[in-house]
Ligand binder design. Structure first.
Ligand SMILES: [Zn+2]
Length: 164
C-alpha cells in the first residue's frame, strides 16, 4: 500500500510514496516547517500536514491533494513560498539531528523535489476558502511543540514520537 500526493484531482503529476517513506516525508517536513514557520497560518499548514499520521488514521490512508490544504487566500503567496522553503530546508537536513534514524536521501529528496514542483504550480484559483474555516472550527490549536523534537503538535500529538 502507498500514499499519493497530487496538486488536484485533474492533475496528471503526482508523488507516489510507500507507507514508510510517507512517514519519513512528514517527519522531515515537520522538523523543518516547525523551525521556520513564522505566522499562525504557516504553522497551520505544517500541523495539517502532520495530521497525516498513519499511526493514528491508518496505514496507507494519508494521501492528499495540495489544493485541499487549509490555504488562506490573503496570505497565499508568502505561505506558498514558506512551504517551498520548508521543503528546500529538508534538503539541508534541517533538524535531522533530532531523528533517531537516517532517511534514505535519494528516495526522499526525489519526492521532496516533486513536492516543490507541485506546490509551485498551486495558485489561488485552486483554493477552496471553506476548507480553512472548517478545519479551524474542528481543531483546538495551541501551537505547542514536542519538548523532545521541537515539532508542532497536532490533535494526535507529535508525528515523530507517534511513528518512532
Ligand atoms: Zn516528539
Amino acid at each position: 500500500m502507498s500514499n499519493i500526493i497530487m496538486l488536484h484531482k485533474k492533475c496528471s503529476e503526482c508523488i507516489h510514496m510507500s507507507n514508510g517513506l510517507t512517514s519519513v516525508f512528514i517527519d522531515v517536513m515537520l522538523l523543518s516547517g516547525s523551525q521556520i514557520a513564522q505566522t499562525q497560518q504557516q504553522k497551520n499548514l505544517i500541523i495539517w500536514l502532520s495530521e497525516k499520521d498513519q499511526s493514528k488514521v491508518g496505514i496507507g490512508t494519508v494521501g492528499f491533494d495540495i489544493c485541499d490544504m487549509p490555504w488562506n487566500t490573503q496570505t497565499f503567496q508568502q505561505d506558498k513560498a514558506f512551504l517551498i522553503k520548508t521543503a528546500l530546508e529538508v534538503k539541508n537536513k534541517l533538524m535531522w539531528e533530532y531523528l533517531d534514524y537516517t532517511p534514505n536521501e535519494e528516495m526522499l529528496f526525489y519526492c521532496i523535489d516533486k513536492f516543490i514542483e507541485l506546490v509551485s504550480n498551486m495558485n489561488t484559483t485552486y483554493i477552496q476558502t471553506e476548507i480553512l474555516q472548517q478545519w479551524l472550527a474542528e481543531e483546538q490549536l495551541y501551537y505547542e511543540k514536542c519538548p523532545k523534537h521541537h515539532t508542532l503538535l497536532t490533535i494526535f500529538g507529535c508525528h515523530i514520537c507517534n511513528n518512532s
